[in-house]
Design a protein around this ligand. Structure first.
Ligand SMILES: CCCCCCCCCCCCC/C=C/[C@@H](O)[C@@H](N)CO[C@@H]1O[C@H](CO)[C@H](O)[C@H](O)[C@H]1O
Length: 484
């Protein structure tokens, strides 16, 4: 790896901070969603979670002990701007992040700050949220505020984390905040599946306007880098000699990674395969136009090229073939013609007691090397930063297992083997890889799975009011790799 390679861990505000209603913080859509009965698998929420708001000095010590050069975390929009109005900031929120950033820098750890990791202020949601055009201006205003407050010290920015997961989970399947199951809404969309596409457009525009605002207003003075983080599985045809399987694998990548990567890193627009298929599906349902909003020439020019690096979150791999009547029920999205599934031989994330970690996570390190090569070739050899990669164990309510799992051999292997493939992509294939952030520093609130899934290098005892953190073996493994 490069001498200046970024070695870090990653987290997100709602997943670790707690203090959900303290010191003037406003509510976010995740506060609302997690407080909704039945929304979270174990009935928990992020009200306290790791209590980083009060224990941030410990987090910094843990990072120092890991020998991390960088730390990726997100800002809570509603902690900084409780009414989403930048002329009425929450002084306590600003002070918290100032202390935190200063503490990191004092320990020689550089911050990588995500502006938005899924916790939209509830007051913005109440006015239409990501389904309203107004959000673009609001997001820009929030970003402007953050650059003005923290940009003198923060030199690495991520605008939005994993927009496609958010569109799919929050506005299609409705299993993440704000929990919209593609319902009919007379105000913002007129078709049941339209919400996730409307939202993808406002996210793209918010990202692009923010990037351009940073360039025109702050770049010369602050000299930082800014981009977006996209999540992608690697996907390959079940039978590489079958053209239908090849097409299905490519479509899956186009409609997940390409959905946002093509507009930003390629030509300003969605992949042709996605546009064509969604138009066809829309027409088959009697719609006159595609439910995927058309991006105007002006919007395409605005979006195209708005990146300084490619932020990649990667966890797992899938095989693909064309969907059939029998497999239709397993489609991840009504507009997804590819049936994707893991190879039965792949190892699952998990442990001896509960062999299935996160249900979707299969350990396929070679997928990372292939994906890095794909991104490099498809998007003109951008500098890539792996902004998330990690492995989980599951601890269900009925079968708590051993949440501590300090001897987490599988996670050690996961880190070593994925990094080894990343190194091959860099060294042997020439991919311009600049950094690696492990998900995650410590066990935390894993969205709809609550505390049932643990990804941490550090175990956190959520029964203990002190939220004691204990290093797992993987923390030492990761440190050894960083050191050497
Ligand atoms: C034709 C249109 C097709 C639309 C397709 C919609 C797709 C829906 C979304 C599918 C997502 C698949 C499941 C993916 C899961 C993970 O990769 C995801 N959890 C990654 O998010 C990060 O995960 C971490 C650990 O889970 C952590 O929680 C972090 O906060 C997330 O950023």
């Amino acid at each position: 790896f490069r001498k200046d390679f970024m070695w870090g861990a990653a987290t997100a505000s709602y997943q670790i901070e707690g203090a959900w209603d303290k010191d003037g913080k406003g509510q976010s859509i995740w506060d609302t969603y997690a407080h909704t009965e039945g929304a979270i698998e174990d009935g928990t929420n992020g009200d306290i979670t790791c209590d980083t708001y009060h224990k941030y000095l410990e987090d910094i010590k843990m990072l120092k002990r890991l020998k991390a050069t960088h730390y990726r975390f997100s800002l809570s929009w509603s902690r900084l701007l409780p009414t989403a109005d930048s002329s009425a900031p929450n002084a306590a929120g600003v002070a918290f992040y100032n202390k935190f950033i200063d503490g990191l820098l004092a320990n020689n750890i550089k911050p990588c700050v995500t502006l938005y990791h899924w916790d939209l202020p509830q007051c913005v949601q109440d006015k239409g949220g990501w389904q309203s055009e107004d959000v673009v201006e609001k997001f820009k205003e929030y970003a402007d505020f953050c650059f003005s407050q923290f940009g003198d010290r923060v030199k690495l920015w991520v605008t939005i984390n994993e927009p496609h997961v958010q569109c799919g989970f929050g506005f299609g399947m409705g299993i993440h905040a704000p929990g919209i199951k593609g319902q009919f809404s007379p105000i913002y969309h007129t078709d049941p599946m339209n919400a996730c596409y409307q939202v993808s457009r406002t996210m793209l525009l918010s990202h692009a306007h923010t990037y351009r605002m940073y360039s025109s207003k702050y770049r010369a003075k602050q000299n930082g880098l800014i981009s977006i983080t996209l999540n992608s599985d690697w996907c390959e045809p079940k039978d590489p000699s079958n053209p239908d399987h090849v097409k299905a694998a490519q479509f899956y990548i186009d409609a997940t990674l390409g959905w946002f990567a093509h507009p930003i890193f390629k030509d300003g627009d969605y992949p042709d395969s996605m546009k064509e298929h969604i138009l066809e599906m829309s027409k088959a349902q009697g719609l006159k136009n595609s439910r995927l909003p058309v991006l105007s020439e002006q919007e395409k020019n605005l979006i195209k090229g708005t990146y300084d690096f490619f932020g990649l979150n990667h966890y797992t791999t899938r095989l693909a073939e064309q969907i059939t009547d029998e497999t239709q029920a397993f489609a991840i999205h009504p507009d997804m013609p590819s049936f994707v599934y893991p190879d039965p031989s792949w190892e699952r994330a998990g442990n001896d007691r509960l062999p299935i970690g996160s249900e979707w996570l299969f350990i396929v390190p070679t997928g990372l090397r292939k994906l890095l090569n794909y991104i490099s070739k498809t998007y003109g050899d951008p500098s890539i930063i792996i902004t998330e990669n990690g492995c989980s164990t599951k601890h269900s309510v009925n079968n708590p297992g051993d949440t501590k799992q300090l001897e987490d051999e599988q996670r050690c292997r996961f880190i070593t083997s994925y990094l080894n493939e990343a190194l091959k992509a860099h060294l042997l294939d020439g991919v311009d890889l600049r950094g690696y952030f492990l998900w995650t520093l410590m066990d935390n609130f894993e969205w709809a799975a609550g505390y049932t899934e643990r990804f941490g290098l550090y175990h956190v005892d959520f029964e203990d009011p002190a939220r004691t953190r204990t290093p797992r073996k993987s923390a030492a493994t990761f440190t050894k790799i960083i050191e050497e």
